[in-house]
Structures are given as structure tokens and as C-alpha cells.
Design a protein around this ligand. Structure first.
Ligand SMILES: C[S@@+](CC[C@H](N)C(=O)[O-])C[C@H]1O[C@@H](n2cnc3c(N)ncnc32)[C@H](O)[C@@H]1O
Length: 206
């Protein structure tokens, strides 16, 4: 019985995965991750016409595609990734490692002092296969993104970040609460197969 429920779970995960991959192809999105942001936005309305935002860990670009479309001509997307990204209209991109201060400075120059309404971060480190190392690296990227959000968001601004539940998660959630008046968790349908991945949504930057 246990075996059977395990395999039916695996089947369901594969099925959900395939479904979003097909949808992404059909809708012209570069990754299935697009549907996570669309679903969160459907509920929380974080991106509107005119929204100015940063997309950290943006490649291959499906969140930037979604964000640029929703923010429209009056909005702006500033994106960054360690990997290259094909251009997207309405998106200014730089390639670099977010952990490096020179890259951060370059990205800040791109923003040119424009305060942000929103920071979205879907960064995930290359998994080394060692759970402790992977979790530590992942939380570190989240902390850097939170520091960036705290510095560049307007008062009242919003921060959406992917976090892996595990060691350091509670502490990170507490750190978010010191920056944002409200912190909620989101687990979109399209992220169902990545079991310990969750999104934290910080609203109303203090
Ligand atoms: C899950 S993918 C993002 C998918 C993206 N949201 C989309 O919709 O196309 C995670 C990204 O984080 C990037 N990343 C990981 N570590 C990084 C770092 N130190 N600096 C910048 N980007 C990083 C990876 O290169 C990868 O493209």
C-alpha cells in the first residue's frame, strides 16, 4: 500500500510538471515557473501597470516576461542572473553573481536611484547534492536579497522570495518580519513537485 501511494504521488508530480511545461510552451513562456508568479499575482496583485521592480535570479526569464507584461510601458523590470538571458522588451538585464559586491554595484547603477515597488527573487544555488551545504547557500542568497530589498524598496514596498524550508528558514522568516509589516507564505500549485520550496511574501516595508 505504502509503495502504491508513493508511486501514485510520483505519477501526480510528473503529471503536474508535464502539464505546466506544455502550458509554458503553448503560452510562449521560457519556463514553467511563470505560472507560480501568475498564480501568486492573481491572489496578491503585486504587479500592476506602472510597477517598478527587480527580478533577482531571472534566467531563463519567465518571471521577467510575466512582470514586464503586467507592469506595462509605465513600469520597468531590472533583472539579474549569473547566467545569460535572452533580451525581453521592457527588461534591463545584467549578468553577474549577486554575491559579488561589484555586481551589486553594477546593478545599483542600472537602477540609477529609482526606488522599487517590488523585489522578486527566485534565486536558487546550483545544488551540490549535500543537503546542509545546499540549504546554507540557499538561505545566504535569500539574506542577500532581503538586504537588497530593505535598501531599495520604497516604504510600503513588497518582496517575494523563494525559500527552501529547512535549517535557517525560521530565522530568515523572522528577519523578514523585522523589515515588513506583514509576512505570508505562498505555495503555488505549479511548485507542488518541489516539495520543500516555498515563497515568502513580505508586504508593507517599514
Ligand atoms: C529557478 S531559476 C529562476 C527561474 C526564473 N524565475 C524564471 O522564471 O525563468 C534560479 C536562477 O537563480 C540563478 N542564480 C543562482 N545563484 C545566483 C547568484 N549567485 N547570482 C545570480 N543568480 C543566481 C540561477 O542562475 C538560475 O537562473
Amino acid at each position: 500500500m505504502a509503495q502504491r501511494s508513493k508511486s501514485s504521488k510520483a505519477w501526480l508530480h510528473e503529471h503536474v510538471n508535464d502539464h505546466y511545461v506544455h502550458m509554458a510552451k503553448k503560452d510562449g513562456y521560457r519556463a514553467r515557473a511563470a505560472y507560480k508568479l501568475l498564480e501568486i499575482n492573481e491572489k496578491d496583485k503585486i504587479i500592476k501597470p506602472g510597477t517598478v521592480l527587480a527580478d533577482l535570479g531571472s534566467a531563463p526569464g519567465s518571471w521577467s516576461q510575466v512582470a514586464a507584461k503586467l507592469a506595462g510601458n509605465t513600469g520597468k523590470v531590472f533583472a539579474l542572473d549569473i547566467l545569460p538571458m535572452e533580451p525581453i522588451a521592457g527588461v534591463d538585464f545584467i549578468q553577474g553573481d549577486f554575491r559579488e559586491s561589484t555586481v551589486l554595484t553594477e546593478f545599483e547603477q542600472l537602477l540609477a536611484g529609482r526606488p522599487l515597488d517590488l523585489v522578486i527573487c527566485d534565486m536558487a544555488p546550483n545544488m551540490a547534492g549535500n543537503a546542509v551545504i545546499d540549504q546554507t547557500r540557499s538561505i545566504y542568497l535569500c539574506e542577500l536579497a532581503l538586504d537588497f530589498a530593505a535598501e531599495h524598496l520604497k516604504p510600503g514596498g513588497t518582496f517575494l522570495v523563494k525559500v527552501f524550508q529547512g535549517s535557517g528558514f525560521q530565522e530568515f522568516q523572522a528577519a523578514m518580519k523585522s523589515v515588513f509589516a506583514a509576512v505570508a507564505t505562498r505555495k503555488p500549485e505549479a511548485s507542488r513537485n518541489r516539495s520543500n520550496e516555498i515563497y515568502l511574501l513580505g508586504r508593507n516595508k517599514r
